[in-house]
Write a protein that binds this ligand. Structure first.
Ligand code: NAP
Length: 447
């Protein structure tokens, strides 16, 4: 089938909401379709693209960060346009967006965090890992203002990869963190950190940990850090043994934990302590965090900590005008990523990434996700309700009439260049700009 037979005389015009891995892998897959000509406009509420790759992947995971090169290639495709710093649901409605395009893909991720629902959760010093990750990633919405790591002990709740990331950033030596892209002010706080002990607290046992063994191994092998594991915790019962036997990744993590439990402590200056079977029950303190209580019965313990980072999973946020399943934090879809409205497929609306499948998987998981949505759109193309007079200037005109300035590809190129130049001056690959005003002025700078 030729492109013309799908959409006579013109390209299929698609909007992708979200310039993170979910959105950009979808845009890339759409451009790869051989028999459908497409034009893809990618909108993002932030001035800088790449979503969780820029604002979630840990700054010391340089190999993973390098996936940005592939995403940049998608943005550089002449059929793709970037509309950064544009908030769908605020600067324009979903209904207005749909008017301008033949199809819309929502790839809005999972922007908030799950709650624990325990006393003390909102005390100063108790913070979601999402907010902490935003802070060290230089996210312009970062909500941890005035972070001070002025306590000697911190607790990280949860046994996932995000917990592993925040433990590493908290406990790693500053010399190992300096070559990263973290904003200058974040490096200053980390350099002054007094944290020597991090307690990792899991509500279940080693056989239920969600982290991947490769990531877990990293925190067990940090220079200058002892790992403290209670040998009783790694004695698995029959059910746990069976679970571990059937899962290579888990088996590697558990073997490593067992090895750590046997390791003599070396008197290293910093320590990671693991606490299993210890659901957090209360965060303690009068005006700010002073401790945490976790575990029940023989497993109950109270730890003195001045900081609690709750790393118990991300959660999707509703986009006005799009159906939302609050129980999963996702947009309901069929198996091909087509939006379901009142249980029926809504023509021309799709979902990719965490907004579809929930906060699971790694960055690369979004590639097949994008291919899935692209294939669905291709299969549906002939039956789409096409916009009568699709005008490539329509979105620009609408946003212009509302005085919404856009950070386009050239604006992003200027932000990128400014960050790389700041980094070069300090001998690191990049030093991130972290506020809206810094990002916007860099995007509009005369060069
Ligand atoms: P996650 O893997 O779902 O882990 C969440 C952790 O929180 C689990 O240990 C869970 O325990 C615990 N938890 C949930 N509710 C709890 C509660 N009420 N009380 C106590 N503990 C609770 O989520 P994540 O760490 O946020 O990671 C999200 C996704 O990003 C994952 O797919 C992860 O692999 C990925 N990621 C990957 C990397 C990487 O590859 N380097 C880095 C970061 C993130 P239960 O099992 O008991 O529910």
């Amino acid at each position: 089938m030729s492109a013309d037979s799908v959409v006579p005389g013109r390209s299929l015009r698609v909007a992708v909401v979200g310039a993170g891995p979910g959105g950009l892998y979808t845009a890339g897959a759409l451009c790869m379709q051989k028999d459908v000509a497409v034009e893809v406009d990618v909108l993002d509420r932030l001035p800088a693209p790449f979503g969780l790759l820029r604002y979630g992947v840990a700054p010391d995971h340089l190999k993973m960060k390098s996936l940005a090169t592939g995403l940049q290639k998608v943005l550089d495709d002449p059929r793709v346009r970037l509309f950064g710093d544009v908030r769908v649901g605020d600067n324009l409605s979903v209904a207005e967006l749909r008017e301008c395009y033949d199809a819309v893909v929502y790839a809005i991720g999972a922007a908030t965090d799950r709650r624990l629902g325990i006393p003390g959760e909102d005390l100063p010093g108790s913070t979601s890992a999402t907010a902490f990750v935003n802070w060290y990633s230089g996210h312009p919405d970062q909500t941890v203002s005035g972070v001070e790591l002025d306590c000697s002990a911190a607790a990280v709740l949860g046994l996932g990869n995000v917990a592993v990331d925040v433990v590493r950033i908290l406990i790693r030596s500053i010399d190992e963190l300096r070559p990263t892209d973290m904003p200058d002010e974040v490096l200053d706080v980390l350099a002054a950190s007094k944290v020597t002990d991090v307690h990792v607290i899991g509500r279940r046992g080693p056989a239920d940990a969600k982290w991947t063994s490769k990531e877990f191994r990293e925190i067990c092998e940090l220079t200058g850090v002892d790992v403290v594991v209670n040998p009783d915790d790694v004695e698995l019962d029959e059910a746990a043994e069976a679970k571990v036997a059937g899962d290579k990744n888990l088996a590697r993590s558990v073997a490593l934990l067992k090895e750590c439990a046997q390791r003599p402590l070396t008197g290293a200056p910093r320590r990671i302590h693991f606490h299993f079977f210890a659901p957090p029950t209360e965060i303690l303190g009068a005006d700010r965090v002073e401790g945490i209580r976790a575990g029940k019965g023989e497993h109950e313990r109270t730890l003195e900590v001045g900081l609690v980072l709750r790393s118990v999973g991300y959660l999707g946020v509703e986009l006005t005008g799009v159906p939302f399943d609050a129980s999963t934090g996702t947009i309901p879809t069929d198996s091909g990523g087509r939006v379901l409205r009142d249980g029926a497929v809504s023509g021309g609306e799709y979902v990719a990434g965490w907004a579809r499948r929930g906060p699971t998987g790694v960055i690369g998981t979004n590639r097949p996700d994008g291919e899935l949505v692209s294939a669905s759109l291709r299969a549906d193309a002939a039956g789409l309700v096409l916009r009568p007079a699709p005008d490539p200037a329509a979105l620009h005109d609408l946003l212009g009439s509302r005085g919404v300035p856009i950070v386009d590809l050239s604006g992003w190129a200027k932000i990128d260049a400014a960050e790389v130049a700041r980094g070069a001056a300090q001998g690191r690959p990049r030093a991130k700009l972290s506020t809206y005003s810094q990002l916007r002025s860099a995007a509009r700078a005369e060069v």
